[in-house]
Design a protein around this ligand. Sequence first.
Ligand SMILES: [Zn+2]
Length: 391
Amino acid sequence: MKAIKTGNNQYLKELNKAIIMDLIRTSEGISRKALADKTGLSATATGTIVSSLLDDEYIQEKGLGKSSGGRKPVILELKPRSYFAFGFDIDSHCLYTIVMDITGDVIYKRKRENQNDFTPQQAIKTITKEYTKAVTKLKLSEDKILGVGVSVPGILDIVSKKIILAPNLGWSMVELLEPLKSALDIPVYLDNESMCSASCENWLGLCKDVEDFICINIESGIGSGLFLRGKAYRGISGSAGEVGHIPVNESGPVCKCGNVGCLETIASINGMVARANKSKKNNHDIGKTFNELLKNAREGDEECLRVLKEGAVSLGKAIAYLINTINPQKIVLGKRFPDYSELVIDVIRKTAKKYALTYPASQSEIIPSSFGEDSSALGAAIIPIRKLFGR
Ligand SMILES: [Zn+2]
């Protein structure tokens, strides 16, 4: 990324600072001269920005690099444990908290269970409490906290960030951003849960250098976050990625959205548990939990294996539609999926290959996420960090 050389206003200074920071982040060690070469800025201008970043402790000197004739250059890197960001993920029955430093290292992680679904007021109160608890425990100085990102399982208005609908929380038209800003007195950012997971894969995970990918979250429902040409894609009103409502079976169960046979009625955690419980052939009472279903499946229970396989076939078909429409390089399956990936991934890959066009299918890789249930909280913490790097 080239820096902008003309103009002297604050905006351009900040922009060039962000460009230099991002080069330091992505190169994992770079000299002042290399920074000047890559940005097109003069050695003096680069030196001034680097000095200010060193003074503010965003970066540090790592040691000496290889000489290309003259003196050995000093190598610069991001300074670990210097600035921090918070990420919260509001799930229906629990709140995940992550604290991350600017290098992406997680220094604090907590999962707090809630007896019932969070109301908006409870969510605000719990986030405030957990924030204060972590700040005290980690002895963080407030001027080192870049901000708070919050992941919400629902559709957000693209401009106002008002929560239009969060079906699993039973929320509609909820204002969370302003009350949280007032309660925490720090920059707060909201985003959709699946988009947070996609952002996590893009910043830290399997899609670091991938421009076009989809991250599909399998949990109580199914949602996805899309990155196209290296940028988050949200559609005109912010609801892009609602793949859970792709119709996959005309005679399937009725979905919460009112339609019949949506993907999430067959392939989500709740959908699979409901189907396993409904099965008359099932000799075991699998109870309410997906873990029971998995345990029985691993012990060879045919009905539980059938339910998982049907979910996998439906997911494979939906992925085939996505491959044909979007032509992505990677499809990452996250949240609860890594817990049972080994039982179904081959079926998903085989089905997607069978139904998708041969050429785009041969270019797409279907892989389980390595973050599991933490991906949305991690992605939420990345929102304030991304801004530092102009991303
Ligand atoms: Zn639906």
